[in-house]
Write a protein that binds this ligand. Structure first.
Ligand code: COS
Length: 384
């Protein structure tokens, strides 16, 4: 497909592709096996400028948008969906500052995020508030010129490796979603510490941990937006980050497909390459078609957001829904095409299947995304 990328976008894609092959590929198996955070690759990504591709030039970024973030995430995920998250999860944690931060907050926090000198993370999920993001229990109580935070966030991507956290807490539980407020919390704030580090099925090169707030003191100037706007901050953030997760899923699917197409072309059974059998060709054709459909949807949505369209909840939900389901299907079929070899850790293909699964779960399960899309359909139908 021809997506008419600009010269700069094409160069960025080629750079990400080259770095993924030359730098990420040699270390992905070890980080996956040992569950270690890829600081070595973070340094490479810093030098390549990947942390600033979606940040306006006035804050030191290269002035691109969601499209640039999508291109980088896709290419890195073709090689390792876990390592790619160092960039993508930092973007998730940075969006609230970009979207709702005041000038002083942007000037204070964005320069370090642009360069990747500091990583960021987004703290919304809690043990009893996953899909039901409105039921968060973490409390923030105003005391003088500070807020005192108490509560627990869990399953936080980049948790304990990030230095800057955008955290959603409730300042008025009686008001439900209208009582949530967003804050910027820095590593080292009194009363903030890390809890359990998760041992995961996939994306093992990405860190996932708990954030614990025990009378954590957050200065008032670190409140993002007004009190009560936190849920909207979170929803607007997810609207912009879901195409990024979708591109992670897309990259994982493409990476698995590349391996499966290559393997079935050279694997000889019954005297010929297994790709010459129609049953295998049909599988490859479905995989390639679904990948291209997901890519077209993601790029279109990214361009909509970059053009300034505000209400993108429906489209960004569609992106992640289609790309994540495609990634799961394509990676499972790829393992199947590798046969017994596909099941072994010696071959890279099983890792793609493990990495794909999370994309159907985080940043909104695919069931929640169907609900979001369904609600929009009902609203549109009622408005006709
Ligand atoms: N943009 C702007 N505003 C939005 C919005 C969006 N995308 N989605 C909802 N809102 C607003 C609504 O308009 C409503 O505003 P009012 O109070 O003024 O009416 C408010 O937010 C509450 O919305 P709603 O009633 O739809 O909230 P629900 O509690 O029903 O929850 C879902 C909505 C399910 C969509 C939300 O909880 C969600 O996205 N859950 C998944 C969370 C998730 O992705 N978790 C992963 C963790 S982050 S890695």
């Amino acid at each position: 497909m021809e997506y008419f990328l600009t010269d700069e976008q094409q160069e960025l894609r080629e750079l990400a592709c080259r770095i993924a092959r030359e730098k990420v590929k040699p270390v992905r198996a070890q980080h996956d096996r040992e569950g270690t955070f890829p600081w070595d690759m973070v340094e490479v990504f810093r030098q390549a400028g990947f942390f600033g591709v979606y940040i306006p030039e006035e804050y030191g970024g290269t002035g691109g948008g969601i499209m640039e973030l999508v291109l980088v995430t896709e290419e890195l995920s073709r090689i390792c969906g876990g390592i790619a998250l160092a960039v993508a999860a930092t973007a998730l944690g940075t969006f609230p500052v970009l979207l709702s931060g005041n000038d002083e907050q942007k000037a204070r926090y964005l320069p370090d995020l642009v360069t990747g000198r500091k990583l960021a993370a987004f703290g919304l999920t809690e043990p009893d508030a996953g899909s039901d993001a409105g039921s968060i229990q973490t409390r923030a109580v105003k005391k003088g010129d500070r807020y005192i935070l108490n509560g627990l966030k869990h399953f936080i991507t980049n948790g304990s490796v990030a230095k800057i956290y955008t955290v959603i807490a409730s300042t008025d539980p009686a008001k439900g979603t209208r009582g949530a407020t967003a804050f910027i919390v820095e590593e080292g704030f009194p009363g903030f510490r890390y809890g359990k580090i998760e041992d995961k099925l996939g994306i093992r090169a990405s860190r996932t941990s708990e954030l614990i707030f025990e009378d954590c003191e957050v200065p008032e100037e670190n409140r993002l937006g007004r009190e009560g706007q936190g849920f909207i901050v979170a929803m607007r953030t997810l609207d912009r980050s879901r195409p990024g997760v979708a591109s992670q899923a897309l990259g994982i699917a493409q990476g698995a497909f590349d391996l499966a197409a290559e393997y079935t072309s050279r694997r000889i059974q019954f005297g010929k390459p297994v790709a010459s059998f129609q049953g295998v060709q049909f599988m490859l054709a479905d995989m390639a078609s679904n990948i291209e459909a997901a890519r077209a949807l993601i790029y279109s949505t990214a361009r909509m957001i970059d053009a300034g369209v505000q209400n993108v909840a429906r489209e960004s939900s569609m992106c992640k829904l289609i790309a994540a389901d495609t990634a799961m299907q394509v990676t499972t079929d790829s393992v199947q095409l590798f046969g017994g070899y596909g099941y072994m850790h010696d071959y890279p293909i099983e890792k793609f299947m493990r990495d794909a699964k999370i994309t159907q779960i985080y940043e909104g399960t695919n069931q929640i995304l169907r609900s979001v899309i369904g609600r929009h359909i009902l609203k549109e139908t009622a408005g006709r």
